[in-house]
Design a protein around this ligand. Sequence first.
Ligand SMILES: Nc1ncnc2c1ncn2[C@@H]1O[C@H](COP(=O)(O)OP(=O)(O)OP(=O)(O)O)[C@@H](O)[C@H]1O
Length: 290
Amino acid sequence: MHVLGAVSQELYFPDMHLTDIIEILILTYLIYHIAMWLINTKAWMLMRGIVVLGIFVLLAAVFKMHTILFLARNSVTVLATAAVVVFQPELRRALEKLGEKQFLSSIVPFETNKESSRFSEDTMDSIVDAAYNMGRVKTGALIVVEQAIHLTEYESTGIKMDCLVSMQVLMNIFEHNTPLHDGAIIIRGDRIVSATCYLPLSDNMGLSKELGTRHRAAVGMSEVSDALIIVVSEENGKVSVAQGGVLDRAVTREELREKLTYIQNRKPENKNFLQHIWKGRNKDEKRTDE
Ligand SMILES: Nc1ncnc2c1ncn2[C@@H]1O[C@H](COP(=O)(O)OP(=O)(O)OP(=O)(O)O)[C@@H](O)[C@H]1O
């Protein structure tokens, strides 16, 4: 008891206030999401590069290599500027995510379901039917469903259109050997606004090597925007969905419908936006609105 008393006297217990606890929670949240962002983007490679460079400079300091230390000291600002330039798309995406309405509504619950739907039930049915019909006959397709972030720069890489979405039109566009079948289409609301669009390819090393450029383009587009991208494989007819840099492969009709329902802002249950984007859909979930 005497020893315990002495130890407790030695221990330092800082004064904790409610604001300190809130501060710790905020910092934990931020550090977790920055770490996730680093892992999910090529910033992870940069981090590894910085660690290697740090070790090199440390060794130079230990062995008193003054020229190397001088060069390292003077190149810090140049490297910081270079990092901002190289990671401009990722930084822009991170800031856009912060500004997204759905991100805010995941934090502020009363914002949920205020916005009217982005596209109609008919559009959703047409997309789902077309995707699985094309899958059945192994017609490749790449469909971008735009959300809050406008995809004007990608739209301009293709042929401008202004056409109401229907199953027949979608199937016709992706029909082999037709002028519009190559590349991706972009859907805004209930209309197809562009076809034969060129999407950015993902450089995610973690993607399966068996996936070709169509799937890489879908993931790439989902990394730089909040769009939902549907891919129909020409090789095996499977339908996959890319969102937030994550590719959900071989989804079922119901799963595709649920993902579309989610972005349509008439989600069956109030689920966290980031959880949905980053972890993909939990396979055990069932729609409750059917
Ligand atoms: N950057 C891109 N943007 C838009 N569409 C693209 C892009 N790259 C490839 N595509 C489309 O993907 C087609 C090539 O698909 P590829 O066979 O390489 O991909 P895949 O992922 O293996 O798909 P699949 O399973 O359908 O074969 C191209 O003909 C083109 O229509």
